[in-house]
Design a protein around this ligand. Structure first.
Ligand SMILES: [Zn+2]
Length: 296
């Protein structure tokens, strides 16, 4: 690896198109794509899911090698302790408490540093694309001086995010039982979308790129050009679905191998949401945008 390890981190609310964006970025020879990799300490040790490579997660040679390295690198390695520490730090109310010098933060910084260096060592790649999405995780990553972190904040309009959360969605990576994404209430959808917007705004803007999902879909040429310039990556043409080791965040993404087809956003109301709810979210979205404009 030459210089600092580059980590491309996708920020965004759930159902915002982060899987599509990660697949687009995963088109460079020097990249390893790992999905929502903060889930490693849950998914690898529970062993109930498939990796993006199609293997049962605990049998995937990539993640097994990462596990072996962590055993060697971290003294008294305890995956359950790490999983509990991550769960706590990711709570939005703890975002402002993430500061070096705190015992829990310093502990996680050490774990995270060794974890990402292991991802690079095992894969032999210089760049990692991670779609963990949480602002708190992004904040931790940007506190590690060994890493060159590029934050890409993908924001999709609130009414379409809400419509997607109202849809029943089975997670195909769970092969032994039927596991579904939760169908969220209106308040929970609104709170999570606003929390993402608010906390992402608190991150280091020197390493930050804002991308509207609608711009990506409706003006892909211009959006992709700006994105690749920021990431300092070569833009492949055509873009293809490439092999990956996504541990969570729709790991079965590449089962439909081939060219990535970016479609314009539908302008009509999705069928999965009622007219009343759609109107509610459209109004909230307009008010947030108006507030944003006035603030500037
Ligand atoms: Zn794998």
């Amino acid at each position: 690896m030459k210089g600092r390890l580059r980590i491309i981190y996708i920020l965004g609310d759930g159902r915002s198109g982060s899987t599509l964006l990660e697949c687009i970025i995963n088109n460079d020879e020097n990249i390893i794509s790992v999905g929502e990799c903060f889930c490693f300490w849950d998914r690898f040790y529970r062993d109930e899911t498939l990796c993006g490579c199609g293997e049962q997660i605990a049998h995937c040679t990539f993640w097994r090698a990462v596990h072996e390295r962590l055993l060697v690198k971290l003294k008294d390695y305890d995956p359950q302790q790490i999983k509990a520490a991550i769960k706590e730090i990711l709570r939005p109310k703890n975002f402002s408490q993430i500061q070096a010098g705190r015992l829990d933060v310093d502990f996680l910084l050490k774990v995270i540093r060794e974890f990402y260096l292991s991802l690079a060592e095992v894969s032999g790649k210089d760049v990692i694309v991670d779609s963990s999405k949480w602002p708190s995780w992004a904040k931790l990553l940007t506190m590690i001086p060994d890493f060159d972190v590029r934050l890409v904040h993908l924001e999709r309009n609130l009414p379409d995010v809400a419509a997607s959360w109202k849809k029943e969605k089975r997670l195909p990576e769970f092969t032994r039982s039927n596991v579904y994404m939760p169908i969220k209430s209106n308040i929970s959808i609104l709170r999570s979308w606003l929390s993402m917007k608010y906390h992402s705004g608190k991150l280091n803007k020197a390493q930050y790129f804002f991308l509207r999902y609608e711009d990506l879909c409706d003006q892909p040429k211009d959006s992709l050009k700006r994105l690749h310039l920021f990431l300092e990556l070569h833009q492949a043409d055509p873009l293809r679905y490439k092999p990956n080791h996504a541990i969570a965040g729709n790991p079965m993404r590449t089962y439909g191998e081939g060219t990535i087809d970016i479609q314009p956003v539908a302008k009509s109301k999705p069928k999965t949401i009622s007219s009343f709810d759609y109107f509610f979210f459209k109004t909230c979205y307009k008010l947030v945008n108006l507030f944003d404009t006035l603030k500037r």
